[in-house]
Design a protein around this ligand. Structure first.
Ligand code: PMV
Length: 365
């Protein structure tokens, strides 16, 4: 049975909320993640065309809290504030998200939800907040289910359903419900992997792979192409099949690189993934170039510095011009010096975010 069937079936006993008097509260702090092997291309319902692998961040997160009460009309009735303000575009997105998952959590129809959300990173930093935002929202909804029905007391079941719901809000959000390294998307060589939920992956020699992520902001402009429009570009892309195959190969390569401490392989895969994503965008129809001159300058500086010093570091990119510089936490002092001396001039207003791998979402009281 697929997870979607399992949750639809389970939803039959989640239809009726027993009326309750005073409002109740749930809250989660959920981090963003950075993909090392990228998800780019999907089919309905939000099923990835290839497996992806990321690590979850620590300092870039969304905090969402929901005060909910019994609603005796046909709901859900939603109030939404983002950083203290009514944001109608975000509210619409949340409403669409709830509509798309209502069959798995039918009880929300009998609830009034007061949702408050804040990000730790500036809204205009060019950092996508859908992974942290949608995972925080999904975790809150699963907590509500637990408070009302006590159905997900087991931790692994709780996070599995959260990942499933988060995926339907934003694919990459499925990965944010776990800390450390995470894979989303079925891979025949990796046990337990699924297109419907993400899974945590165990990496031997963990200390070696405690990674930092310096997020170098070259432009804080809003994304030129939304990720859904970007995924759609893959539908008729002449290189689509070759790309999906490449990503399928890259996931085990990356795990092998970490297992055997093959730094060169890790760097090759991670940087190739970033540039493949952007190359696919450039030769899509219509095409987009999302990297700017400063992005390219940083790429060159990273390559030069690595060659000169031998320090482990790799660049990666999301669907935008900002660079994520991945390094080992133990090298942080040298990396910071490198950024201050050679990189900061390419960052907009000298701005960069000092982030690192984290342990995953935290429940707020
Ligand atoms: O989750 P979405 O639909 O915003 O897509 C994310 C796509 C990338 O960030 C470019 C890659 C990834 O795997 O996170």
């Amino acid at each position: 049975m697929s997870l979607s069937e399992k949750y639809k079936h389970a939803a039959m006993s989640l239809q009726m909320v027993q009326p309750f008097e005073s409002s109740r509260h749930v809250g989660w702090k959920s981090p963003s993640n950075i993909a090392l092997v990228k998800y780019w291309g999907k089919r309905e319902p939000q099923i990835p065309q290839n497996p992806s692998m990321s690590f979850t961040l620590s300092n870039s997160f969304t905090e969402t809290s929901i005060e909910y009460s019994f609603y005796d009309k046909s709901g859900p009735k939603i109030h939404f504030t983002f950083e203290g303000k009514n944001e109608s575009a975000f509210k619409k997105r949340i409403e669409r998200f709830l509509e798309s998952i209502i069959e798995y959590i039918p009880f929300v129809k009998q609830l009034e939800l007061k949702i408050e959300s804040v990000n730790s990173f500036p809204h205009s930093s060019g950092i996508a907040s859908s992974a942290s935002g949608m995972s925080a929202m999904a975790l809150c909804l699963v907590s509500i289910e637990n408070q009302l029905f006590g159905t997900l007391r087991n931790k692994s079941e709780f996070f599995e359903k959260a990942s499933f719901l988060a995926r339907l809000g934003s694919g990459s959000a499925a990965r944010s419900v776990y800390g450390g390294f995470v894979v989303w998307g079925k891979h025949e060589r990796l046990a337990d992997t699924s297109d419907e939920v993400a899974v945590k992956v165990h990496v031997p020699g963990k200390d070696m792979w405690e990674l930092g992520d310096a997020i170098l902001i070259t432009s804080s402009e809003k994304k030129k192409v939304s990720s859904s429009a970007g995924h759609d570009l893959m539908d008729h892309h002449p290189y689509a099949e070759a790309r999906y195959e490449q990503a399928r190969e890259h996931v085990p390569y990356l795990l092998e690189a970490m297992e055997a401490n093959r730094d060169e392989l890790f760097i090759r895969v991670v940087e190739n993934e970033a540039l493949s994503l952007h190359a696919l965008m450039v030769n899509s129809n219509p095409g987009f170039s999302l990297m700017n001159n400063n992005t390219w300058s940083i790429v060159e500086k990273v390559r030069d510095f690595r060659k000169d010093t031998g320090i482990f570091m790799a660049f990666t990119l999301d669907a935008g011009p900002n660079v994520h510089l991945i390094y080992r936490k133990k090298d942080k002092v040298q990396i910071k010096k490198f950024i201050e001396e050679k990189i900061i001039q390419f960052c907009e207003n000298g701005y960069w975010i000092d982030d690192e791998m984290g342990g995953g979402p935290v429940e707020l009281n």
